[in-house]
Structure formats: structure tokens, C-alpha cells
Write a protein that binds this ligand. Structure first.
Ligand code: SF4
Ligand code: SF4
Length: 427
């Protein structure tokens, strides 16, 4: 695609990066076929190509974000299916992030929307506030029938019961069983540890059983993805710096082979810390180092190899590939291969490339579209005739649980179970 940025515009590294990305697009439109919003709405402006044109126009002409552009960028899930499909290898992720940041800086949303987004940006990164919000949601259940839109969607996502905080999520070191093969920092995260503490517990058991020392670092917390996808650059970079500092301290005090992440939405962001902080003289190098050490727990397990697998009596598992894992990190075959090696009968649903509609805060901010994607995903998963669903991302797990009668578990819970851990709850 031809671009017409001036020399002065290209002096801005963000614009120079956008220019490089835009120039790769050859308008072929292959990406439209696998874009969930285009598949649902059939509008070119809700396709990757349409969005790319609008972003180009905004940046090239140095315009503030318009209401029209904001509407269509807000509808984008950042699922990155378009990046998997694009034959030119376009880096849509960084382009849409630039657009979201420009929207945040130049577009004034209506007051109720601004307040709602502000509330989400404050609450979601904090496990304590998420817990309080879920308790509040349970107390306000009787009001649910009167709510619509985003508030109703948020209430629908609240679990029936809220698990107690897990001792595993406190800063500490879990010793390896047997000879130590790796020293890892586990990102204990934010909302996941409140919604399903069993995932971090299963991760620690699985990794220590396979010879890893696991450190939950003091000062590490939310990866910043949720606010990053809302265009709140300052807030997401502050989170990135805090995590980099925490994991650097782990490395200095005993070495660090990998930062391990069991929520693939977070993993995609932490692997990008080097790019996010590239313009920060003090943080660029440490952030790039931490990003280079970051692995999804599935990658770590694939490297370690499964040990002591004991057959378990399990239903057939429909595997849901989280977009952040398959499109964001290109981890496609390893989760299925590990599950099969652990003895599970793994089934793959139709339309596996399409998003379930979770996408960070998408299911709260775009509830109608998210619900259509969720129901489509649920039907495809149920059509496999499996007895349960496995996935590698908490957002997908919560989203899919709303629409299927089957239990939905994290891949790591199954691997833990098959190598000596407890049966995952609900199975
Ligand atoms: S990220 Fe997903 S929703 Fe957004 S344009 Fe690409 S394929 Fe479409
Ligand atoms: S597939 Fe790639 S090159 Fe083709 S229109 Fe989409 S983004 Fe552009």
C-alpha cells in the first residue's frame, strides 16, 4: 500500500512503525474471510482491510480519531486472526494498538462510557478490587433483570461462587521435586487468581513435579494487557515496568530460565514488553530481556517433556484454541500434542480459528457481538460430542462456560491431573 507520510511525520517512531506496517498491505482482502467481525457483520469497515484504511487515513492526515473510526476499531477483538491469514505478514497488532492509543488521546467518549471504562481500568488489574466487585455483583443479583448492555454483561460473567484466595498466589518460592532442571518466575496475574485459583495451583504442582523451581515474585502482578487493549498506554507501560523490575530481581537473586505464563492473553502482551518499552531508554534492554525469557506454560512443558503419566478416566475433550495462543503466540499443535500424550481423547471443533468473543474486556464492552461469537463457538464445541472443554486462557474459559453445559477446564489442570494431581473441579 502506498503511503504519503511527510518526513516530519516519519521522525515520530510510532508513525515510522505504522508506515512500515501499512506498506505491507497489498489490499488482497484474504484477511476478511477469517475476521470474526466481518464474518458476522459483512461490513468492509469491520474487516481488517477496512480498519487498516481508516487508520492510514487518520495517521497520514494527522486527524483526531473520529466517531466512525472509533466505532469500528472498538468492534475489533484484537484476536489477530488476520495476522495468521495475511500472506504479506502484516503486523496488525501493533497498528491497531497505535489506533487505540490515538483514540484514547483524541476522541472524547460520552461521559457514562468514559466513567465505565475508567472503572474497568481501575478494577480489573487488581485482584483485591476484582474480588470486591464480584462480591458486589453477587449482592446485587436481584437487580440483574433490570440491567442491560455492558453492566448486564459484567453481571453475567460473575461466577456463582467466589473461591477463597489461594496461598499459592502469595510471593514465595516453590522448590523443585528431585534435581532442579529450571528456575522459573510464574506470573500469578490478576483476575484469573480470583476467578479460578486452581489454575495457578495446578501450574505450580505440574512444574515442580517436573523439576522446576517456581518463584512467585513480589511486585509482579497484572501484565497490563487489559488496559493496553483499551488504549491506555501510560497505565499499561507502568504495569510492564513493575513486572520487569520484579522478575529482574528474581534473576539477580538466583537466576531465571523463563517467565512462565498460564493465561495466553497475558503471555502475548508480556512477550511484547520489549516493543512496548522500546522507546524508554532505561527500560528498553531489561524489557527486551524479560520478553525473550517469556514462555507459555505449554511451551515450557513441551520442552521438559511429560513424566510419570498415569492414565485417568476422563471424558473426550474438545480443545478450544485461544486466539492469543494460536494467533498471538503461534502455539497451535503443542497443547493438543501434550494432552494426547497425557492420554486424553482430544477433539477439534469446526471454525477453530474464530474468537469466542471474550477478548479481554470485549465481552463487557461489546456484549451483543461477543454473545453471538460465544454462542457460535459453543455450538461448534458441543458438535464435537466431547464431554468437556479444554482451553489455555481464563478469558475464554469464563466466556465459554456461560454458553455450554459441559465443564470447561484449563489445559494445565488436565496435565497436572494426568501426572499425579487432583481431578479438576467440575470434571
Ligand atoms: S484482530 Fe480479529 S477482529 Fe480485529 S481485524 Fe483482525 S481478525 Fe478482525
Ligand atoms: S490479507 Fe494482509 S495484505 Fe491482504 S488486505 Fe488483509 S492485511 Fe492487507
Amino acid at each position: 500500500m502506498q503511503t504519503l507520510f511527510s518526513e516530519a511525520q516519519l521522525a515520530d517512531p510510532h508513525i515510522a512503525e505504522a508506515n512500515r506496517i501499512l506498506r505491507k498491505c497489498v489490499h488482497c482482502g484474504f484477511c476478511t474471510a477469517t475476521c470474526p467481525t466481518y464474518v458476522l457483520l459483512g461490513d468492509e469497515l469491520d474487516s481488517p482491510r477496512g480498519r487498516i484504511y481508516m487508520i492510514k487515513d487518520m495517521l497520514e492526515n494527522d486527524k483526531p480519531a473520529s466517531a466512525k473510526l472509533t466505532k469500528h476499531i472498538d468492534r475489533c477483538l484484537s484476536c489477530l486472526s488476520c495476522m495468521t491469514t495475511c500472506p504479506s505478514g502484516i503486523d496488525y497488532m501493533h497498528l491497531v494498538e497505535r489506533a487505540r492509543a490515538r483514540i484514547e488521546d483524541t476522541f472524547r467518549r460520552p461521559l457514562p462510557e468514559r466513567m465505565f471504562r475508567e472503572m474497568l481500568a481501575r478494577v480489573l488489574p487488581s485482584p483485591t478490587l476484582v474480588r470486591l466487585a464480584l462480591i458486589g455483583a453477587r449482592l446485587a443479583l436481584s437487580l440483574k433483570g433490570y440491567l442491560t448492555g455492558s453492566l448486564r454483561a459484567m453481571m453475567d460473567l460473575a461466577p456463582r461462587s467466589i473461591p477463597a484466595p489461594s496461598p499459592f498466589d502469595r510471593p514465595q518460592v516453590f522448590r523443585a521435586r528431585g534435581d532442579r532442571r529450571m528456575r522459573l518466575a510464574l506470573m500469578s496475574g490478576c483476575a484469573q487468581q480470583v476467578l479460578r485459583p486452581a489454575i495457578n495451583e495446578a501450574t505450580v504442582r505440574l512444574l515442580t513435579r517436573h523439576g522446576c523451581e517456581v518463584v512467585v515474585a513480589k511486585g509482579a502482578g497484572c501484565c497490563g494487557a487489559l488496559v493496553h487493549h483499551m488504549g491506555r498506554e501510560r497505565q499499561s507501560l507502568a504495569r510492564a515496568r513493575a513486572n520487569v523490575a520484579a522478575w529482574q530481581r528474581v534473576a539477580e537473586r538466583g537466576g531465571l530460565d523463563a517467565v512462565v505464563i498460564n493465561a495466553s492473553g497475558c503471555g502475548t502482551t508480556v512477550k511484547d514488553y520489549g516493543v512496548m518499552l522500546a522507546g524508554d531508554r532505561d527500560w528498553a534492554a531489561p524489557a527486551a530481556h524479560i520478553a525473550s525469557l517469556t514462555r507459555d506454560v505449554i511451551e515450557v512443558m513441551a520442552e521438559l517433556g511429560l513424566r510419570e503419566v498415569a492414565p485417568v478416566e476422563a471424558p473426550a475433550m474438545a480443545y478450544h484454541a485461544a486466539c492469543s495462543l494460536q494467533h498471538g503466540q503461534r502455539i497451535i499443535e503443542q497443547p493438543k500434542a501434550l494432552l494426547r500424550k497425557a492420554g486424553f481423547d482430544v477433539r477439534e471443533p469446526a471454525e477453530g480459528h474464530l474468537c469466542c468473543g471474550s477478548a479481554g474486556t470485549y465481552n463487557i464492552l461489546q456484549p451483543a457481538l461477543a454473545a453471538r461469537l460465544r454462542d457460535r463457538k459453543a455450538a461448534n464445541l458441543e458438535n464435537t460430542d466431547a464431554g468437556a472443554v479444554a482451553t489455555g486462557n481464563i478469558g475464554c474459559l469464563v466466556q465459554i462456560s456461560q454458553a455450554v453445559e459441559l465443564p470447561v477446564v484449563h489445559t494445565v489442570e488436565l496435565l497436572d491431573w494426568a501426572t499425579g494431581g487432583p481431578r479438576p473441579e467440575g470434571l
